[in-house]
Design a protein around this ligand. Sequence first.
Ligand SMILES: *Cc1c(COP(=O)(O)O)cnc(C)c1O
Length: 409
Amino acid sequence: MSLDHVPAPNVYDAEPIPEAARAEIDRLLQSGDLFRYTAPADAPVALLEQDFAALMGTKYALAVSSCSAALFLSLEALGLRKGAKVMIPAFTFAAVPSSIVHAGMQPVLCEVGENYRIDVADFLAKLPGVDAVIISHMRGHTSDMDAIIEACEAADIPVIEDAAHSLGTTWHGRKIGTIGKVGCFSFQSYKLVNAGEGGILVTDDADLVARAVIMSGAYEHNWKKHKGPEGQNDPELEIAFARWQNKLPLYNLRMQNLSAAVIRPQLPEVARRVRDGRANHDYVANLLNASPWLAVPDALAPEDRAPDSIQFNLQGFVSDSEAKAFADAAAERGVKVQVFGLSNDNARAFWNWQFIPGDVPDLPQTRAMLMRACDVRLPARLQKADLDFIAEALVAAARDVKGDDRAVA
Ligand SMILES: *Cc1c(COP(=O)(O)O)cnc(C)c1O
């Protein structure tokens, strides 16, 4: 079937914010009550924390200004020394090593495989001497959390999960972001829940969350407005707050009420967005895998993904110029493809993280992957005709560069 008459799908627009947000935003605009600590109780930010902790099944949640802020506060809350070594996968977003540098610590990069997941052998080899790890579930791809948690527990090394782009993903049925000591999520517009900006951390550790709450900017006794599960008083949390009173710097990374008002009515939409995003992804993945030139790596067996984009590798593209020609051909056919390692100054290419103290290390395996790994947005709201358009454009673009695949297959 020819799709020439179908316009290229718009993959950039967000979904509208649910109507229910309007009344609450109007109320906040009327009262001017935008600061999370003004109301004596039940401020929208506090209610969001309760809702999100309940959704994730954790004891505590702390809403902040971004996922980067959540990562930074997690590192600070762990009480690591300045200069501590924090391991991260070499395939992640520049915000992740940046949060480590912000905390005065040293990122250590480990290799990532062709399937975008942490190379466990390299991870284990580099683990001795590391003080903490941030597992970045990049683009929602989950690394082998069984092997990672087992090794980190044995070595008593805390695990922070960067689940910025992984809300709704599960591992053996457990929610991603609740497997490590602390999990961090983003509400920036390109993530599953869109508030423009925002982040949240979840944990079951009262001492850790108390430290993070104070450092996020709960000055004086504002921490009294942070409660335990279901908004109940929590003696363990109160003892932790008392322990840290006046002992920690205040970084003022709070969320404001308007953001929470935009986020809360989206939480009931998460399950649908996950279901539709996964169905869309798997539909396109099947079509791409039918081409000998394109390969979508399989998820690991325990993993149920929540994708809003698709990643695939170019196979048999011997030169960078061939890979670039593919991206150009796809663009001509109306689909924008980013080859991570070939787009100029890409924030997900580790050689561009020149702000990391010391020499930027070489990670040949991750580099090779980034030179052939492609990224295409695939929001959950797309319909079958959009998906067919995208898949057909990508398969045809590969054929434009590599020739007729039917002769090969
Ligand atoms: C978006 C993203 C971040 C940063 O989130 P912000 O809320 O923009 O700070 C961190 N890690 C990953 C994997 C991301 O996708």
